[in-house]
Design a protein around this ligand. Structure first.
Ligand code: HEC
Ligand code: HEC
Ligand code: HEC
Ligand code: HEC
Ligand code: HEC
Length: 210
């Protein structure tokens, strides 16, 4: 990993001598996108052709799980449905992911204070809710499996995005229609950069790298 880092930085500095700066490298214009979601290609990234995609948008991409674009969708301990809670019941995302607008992580809700607020009375006869109540009684935290995971050398905070009005769906897809959450976006460097370029957000290496 460290070697690849050094190699990539070395390569970029060599290009730098050729008259480019890292800033102008990433400032090129990218072709327009269609907004219709294709299940095979949810972000539209795959169908971008060479003239529209600069090679440096792709090179750092190979740290990502190779199974993408088959979206990563781990099995969760119980069948908690966003489609039901956020879709049908129209609960606000930030009711459960309350720290998104004020910190680095969006946060996963605590079972006792958030879920049991309703499930002390709602659907108490159902198996998953009995299990939930028992976990709370036994003082165990639910081991939800992390869906999104950036490498440690990347700095990502929810706060500036939410405050700049970027919606959850732009990065996570239509979560309110998902029975089980899956990774909608590739989370590759080029994906971050394309949006930063479109929105005039910072694109310097140290914006996202420590
Ligand atoms: C009733 C509470 C609740 C609401 C409302 C809710 N979520 Fe969640 N969310 C959870 C729980 C619990 C998990 C962890 C289990 C899972 O992944 O399904 C989770 C997981 C997630 C994940 C995956 C996190 C990871 O591991 O990477 C994303 C993304 C997410 N929610 C986005 C949203 C969005 C967007 C909305 C609004 C449309 C929303 N959530 C509404 C409770 C909620
Ligand atoms: C600019 C893109 C972007 C936006 C907007 C965004 N997220 Fe995320 N989200 C991410 C990335 C990237 C990760 C993985 C972070 C990591 O691994 O450090 C993540 C992780 C999460 C997680 C897992 C727990 C955590 O915080 O690491 C949840 C839950 C989540 N997001 C919910 C939301 C909700 C709810 C919203 C809207 C209020 C939202 N996100 C908006 C990109 C985004
Ligand atoms: C605003 C109230 C509310 C909150 C908060 C809430 N739920 Fe629910 N949940 C419901 C209701 C109501 C139902 C039953 C819907 C129906 O009639 O099928 C339900 C259904 C469920 C089911 C499906 C039960 C079944 O098999 O039929 C699960 C699992 C579940 N909730 C888990 C959770 C978890 C985990 C949390 C916390 C992250 C949570 N809920 C937070 C109201 C809530
Ligand atoms: C859908 C658009 C979008 C995507 C995707 C996106 N960002 Fe952003 N990002 C923004 C916007 C808009 C801002 C706010 C810029 C501002 O406040 O001027 C921002 C701000 C930031 C900031 C704070 C910059 C600063 O110094 O104020 C960091 C760090 C950041 N993004 C990292 C990332 C990373 C890492 C990814 C990919 C994992 C990513 N972003 C993906 C739109 C996006
Ligand atoms: C907007 C955020 C953002 C900016 C700006 C950014 N990167 Fe990245 N970078 C990322 C993300 C996210 C990853 C992780 C991608 C992955 O896991 O595939 C990454 C990965 C990398 C890697 C690791 C490649 C690998 O395969 O291990 C290198 C090297 C790198 N970036 C160099 C740079 C350099 C040099 C710049 C400045 C020209 C830069 N990055 C600017 C977000 C950013």
């Amino acid at each position: 990993m460290r070697i690849r880092w050094l190699m990539a930085l070395l390569l970029l500095s060599v290009i730098g001598i050729g008259g480019f700066t890292a800033g102008s490298l990433v400032a090129g214009k990218v072709g327009s996108e269609t907004k219709t979601v294709n299940k095979e290609d949810p972000t539209g990234l795959m169908k971008r052709s060479w003239p529209n995609t600069k090679w440096w948008f792709w090179t750092p991409g190979d740290t990502v799980d190779n199974s993408w674009p088959v979206p990563y969708q781990p099995k969760q301990p119980i069948a908690f449905s966003h489609k039901l809670h956020a879709g049908k019941m129209k609960m606000d995302c930030q009711y459960c992911h309350a720290s998104a607008r004020k910190s680095k992580s969006a946060g996963i809700p605590a079972t006792e204070s958030v879920c049991m607020g309703c499930h002390k009375v709602a659907a108490t006869d159902r198996e998953p809710i009995k299990w939930l109540a028992n976990e709370v009684k036994e003082g165990r935290a639910i081991e939800w499996v992390k869906v999104h995971d950036l490498p440690d050398f990347v700095r990502f905070h929810h706060k500036p995005h939410i405050q700049a009005g970027v919606t959850c769906q732009e990065c996570h897809g239509q979560v309110e229609e998902m029975e089980e959450v899956y990774q909608h976006a590739p989370l590759q460097m080029g994906w971050c950069l394309r949006c930063h370029q479109d929105r005039g957000a910072p694109q310097k290496c140290y914006t996202c790298h420590y």
